[in-house]
Design a protein around this ligand. Structure first.
Ligand code: DGJ
Length: 756
């Protein structure tokens, strides 16, 4: 809901249990008044303090109404940051103001949200409040992903700001979601002058906070070790995370949270921000000299610049802002339904996901019509529903040195053509999926030989290789058109029901500062066209595992390959961190072979299966050589997945064992245990998983507290047929007896049996 007090004006956005308030000072400065728990009435004079500080730039109020303002301010409860009265000129320091979209050159020396350079080379820009508009509906940034489903009641607030001197207009757009504590924000920057303007940085969102003690939480890692939770105390100065390789990256997910010092998994205040964007990003917090905090997120300004000729505009990606007073759980309780109800492609929101049998860790490049059929037969026996033909299926692709770019099936590996192989698999009653990596070429490919000018970095230097491949410049429309043609041909040549879209390197050279963002616009055009042309295809994103797992990708591809790390124990931590942002049905999770191909660890079939079970369940191992004993475990777990997959897709995912959050990027993770549960929306069922990494000498067992159950109820442990009081389960928990052996996994199905 958006309330506007026209006198101020003061804009009060209510989203779920939160409020976000913007006011205007002196008719000019757009003030970030408040973001936090829902308030009902707003006194604009109590939103911030006013005054000057020694050695800071001061601004005098318009003398015509300063006296009036002065009187009004004081009598309405406005506070001064100086001791005493406002001085006679009613001066104040812009660097003390909480600003909604701060710029350079106005006396606020903190990080600007917008940095431009006008035709004369000046970075100064003073955006003054101009107008506002309430728009029915949810206009989003042009060419960029946004929500596709309108919330129940849906109004967008547009606030217009103008720099009269350089003729720049900035419109800030806000969409509060009525039932979630989430606000979406994005901005349009319009050059209304006679000369070009360069945009060197344009945040999607910027918010100032009073100087309370806060921690910063981020999700960091690397290839094979994505999204480990990291918590640190905020210190004076700027602390930031950013990605620079053209994707949202394995190293730093586009996510930042400010958490009160006492916040835990389930308690305390947390403000979180993420982007609906898959390219270079920066998320930062700055603590200024007075301890106040500024939180910003947007496209990474390093290596970025957009040249804006007169009359043209630039749209930032949208930021997703979530507030919680119940720790990180409250953040996930907002992000998960946001993804499920508003972000995922509409057709896939309510569809259960199939059990995948993927050829990669089973056969690598050595795939052919015969061995994939055998794998499909074995996969079918253990409950597989779609055989996914991963890398290696196209002409010449015997290793990763060649053929990327030429999407023609290998006639030696598939003598009857791909359709013949697909038909045989479909005759088994399985669907067929295919792997592609369309954004790349190898030097040894027909496409590169024909179009060397289509790559990034085609500026005369030898291209920088990674995994022997080069990135195509999707900023060029002819490249996007070519890919649309080739992929549309492939996807309609044979009945494909699933596509794994991979991307296996970062960008190194980017020709021009506009390139990384233009690339993203090209990629999004490609994705949105293909997704609407082939709505029946389930797309799964992948970027060397989870290197582009973000809200931007999920707007087109309803699931993502969480990590190339398929070891169960490593996966537990990755899935745990990933679940802060994303619900389980968006995370690809497959059972792989032991010793694990990435790190050589040996875990039981049960542990590998349970680790993957409540996500997008599948298999990624050579089933033709697996033991009958292990295959029996896989079959049992496939049946369990199918029985509960609707619950997994719709239920509430809860991270248990919250003490993990007190580790600061702990390297002692070898001893970590993990636990999570999924509770059905009616709370009638809860499936609980516990994973113990290492056995503990002289262990006494432990209790695992279960959250999210119905109060004043009882639950039956379906396997043991024992009844447990829900309060007992939520306060004391389930007992996990000591047991020998590392990498142990247990699960419980709890069913509500009575209401007291
Ligand atoms: C990287 C992916 O993450 C793997 O799952 C596999 O698809 C390979 N690429 C294929 O080259």
């Amino acid at each position: 809901m958006i309330n506007i007090n026209k006198d101020g004006p003061v804009f009060h956005l209510q989203a779920g249990r939160s409020s976000y308030i913007i006011s205007i000072l002196e008719g000019r400065y757009l003030i970030h008044g408040y973001w936090g728990g829902r308030v009902e009435t707003v006194n604009p004079f109590q939103l911030f303090t006013l005054g000057t500080r020694p050695y800071s730039v001061t601004e005098s109020m318009d003398s015509e109404h300063s006296e009036n303002f002065n009187r009004h301010w004081i009598s309405n409860g406005g506070s001064l940051s100086d001791k005493g009265q406002l001085n006679p000129e009613s001066a104040f320091s812009p660097e003390r103001l909480p600003l909604e979209y701060p710029t350079a050159g106005i006396g606020d020396l903190r990080k600007a949200a917008l940095q431009i350079r006008n035709a004369a080379g000046s970075p100064s820009c003073f955006l003054e409040y101009r107008d506002y508009e309430l728009i029915e509906g949810f206009p989003g940034p042009s060419g960029l992903p946004y929500i596709s489903e309108p919330p129940e009641t849906c109004q967008t607030l547009r606030i217009g700001l103008v720099d009269q001197v350089i003729g720049l207009r900035v419109d800030l757009y806000y969409l509060p979601l009525p039932s979630l504590s989430i606000i979406l924000r994005w901005n349009r920057i319009q050059n209304n002058s006679e000369t070009a303007v360069d945009i060197n940085h344009a945040s999607s969102a910027s918010m100032d906070f009073p100087g309370d003690d806060m921690d910063m939480i981020t999700l960091n890692g690397s290839w094979g070790r994505e999204r480990n939770l990291h918590r640190r105390a905020i210190a004076p100065g700027i602390q930031s995370i950013e990605s620079r390789g053209g994707t949202s990256s394995h190293q730093h997910s586009p996510f930042i949270a400010l958490a009160s010092r006492d916040a835990t998994e389930t308690n305390g205040t947390v403000f979180a921000a993420s982007l609906i964007y898959s390219g270079n990003h920066r998320h930062l917090v700055e603590q200024d000299q007075y301890g106040s905090l500024r939180l910003q997120c947007g496209i990474n300004p390093n290596g970025f610049s957009i040249h804006l000729p007169p009359g043209e505009s630039f749209d930032t990606p949208a930021a997703v802002l979530a507030w919680s007073d119940s720790g990180l759980t409250g953040i996930s309780d907002n992000f998960h339904p946001f993804v499920r109800h508003y972000l995922l492609p509409a057709l896939w929101r309510d569809r259960d996901r199939p059990v995948i049998v993927n050829t990669w860790e089973a056969r690598y490049f050595d795939v052919n019509s015969q061995n994939i059929l055998e794998l499909a037969e074995q996969g079918k026996e253990i409950g597989g529903e779609v055989l996914v033909l991963d890398d290696g299926w196209f002409e010449n692709r015997k290793d990763d040195k060649r053929a990327l770019g030429d999407w023609v099936p290998d006639s030696v590996k598939f003598p009857g053509g791909l359709s013949d192989a697909v038909n045989k698999i479909r005759n088994l009653g399985m669907g067929f999926g295919i792997w592609v990596e369309p954004e790349m070429v190898n030097r040894d490919s027909e496409l590169f030989r024909r179009h060397p000018e289509w790559i990034l970095g085609s500026t005369g230097r030898k291209p920088v290789l990674a995994r022997n491949q080069i990135v195509l410049n999707l900023g060029k429309s002819e490249v996007v058109e070519h890919l649309l043609d080739v992929l549309s041909g492939l996807f309609s040549s044979t009945p494909i029901s699933y596509v794994k879209w991979d991307m296996n390197r970062y960008m190194a050279e980017t020709d021009e500062p506009e390139t990384p963002h233009r690339y993203m616009l090209g990629l999004y055009r490609l994705w949105s066209t293909l997704v609407s042309r082939f709505p029946h295809i389930l797309f799964e994103g992948c970027a060397g595992g989870g290197g582009r797992f973000d809200f931007g990708s999920l707007a087109y591809m309803p699931q993502f390959w969480t990590s190339d790390q398929t070891d169960a124990v490593e996966r537990q931590r990755i899935q745990f961190g990933t679940s802060v942002l994303f619900p389980p049905e968006t995370m690809g999770a497959h059972v792989s072979a032991v010793p694990n191909h990435q790190i050589g660890r040996i875990t039981s079939a049960e542990s590998r299966g349970l680790t993957a079970l409540c996500f997008n369940f599948g298999f990624e191992l050579d089933l033709t050589i697996e033991s009958e004993k292990d295959k029996a475990v896989y079959s049992r777990l496939s049946r369990l997945y199918k029985k509960y997959r609707t619950l997994f897709r719709t239920g509430r995912f809860l991270r248990l064992l919250p003490e993990l959050y007190h580790f600061n990027n702990s390297k002692s993770h070898q001893r970590d245990s993990h636990a999570w549960s999924i509770v059905s929306t009616d709370k009638n069922e809860s499936i609980v998983f516990y994973f113990q990494a290492m056995a503990n000498p002289n262990d006494d067992g432990r209790w695992l507290r279960i959250s999210g159950l119905e109060e004043h109820s009882s639950y039956m442990d379906v396997e043991k047929q024992t009844i447990h009081d829900s309060a007992f389960l939520m306060n004391r928990g389930l007992w996990i007896p000591p047991a020998a052996g590392d990498y142990r996994s247990v699960f419980w199905i709890l069913k509500k049996v009575e209401n007291k």
